[in-house]
Design a binder for this molecule. Sequence first.
Ligand code: TMP
Length: 206
Amino acid sequence: MSGRFVTLEGGEGVGKSTNLKLVVELIEAGGHTVVTTREPGGTPLAEEIRALILGVREEPVSGLAELLLIFAARAQHLAQVIQPALDAGSWVVCDRFTDATYAYQGGGRGLPMAQIEALETLVQGSLRPDLTLYLDVPPAVGHARIDDRPLDRLEQEAAAFHEAVRTVYLDRSAREERIRVVDASVPLESVQAQIRTIVGEFLADG
Ligand code: TMP
């Protein structure tokens, strides 16, 4: 039997890594094997592409070049990791996926959503996540939570970029049943209680 595909999304400083661990633990406790991975990245080649995408550089990066690099990494990741794992019956929990492309490249960069849709169909065929948890915090709150580490090329974008990212995530969440919004502005225990409920219901639905 094919496994299920679960993704985690959110803006900067939403506590994605901590909450990703919880999601994996809950699914494993449900008796499933889990492959944990991330985007952009997840294979050696895709991780190299990630470094190209996120690296801070002097040369301005064309939005279309950024978009194509993201989907190049995704094609490799799907072929090498995600599809084989699902075919083998494992569940896949992925830190970000194509909803991030709609939010960052569509919302943040303002690229046409139709271009993203075309690439999504080309690269993924009919594959879509079965469940997506979107961890929501206002960008100003998220940004304040990022500690002193250097910011990557996308994190360095202006506040308006991150507001546009959030708008697209919320808009997609309202339109797609598979995307569940988690209020991540509250204390961690309350965030995790919401995640337990959502994942619990999803596991119970089989
Ligand atoms: P992360 O550090 O939270 O894993 O995210 C890496 C960065 O990549 C984050 O700023 C969002 C960005 N990103 C995109 O712009 N488009 C995408 O499709 C994905 C998956 C990530």
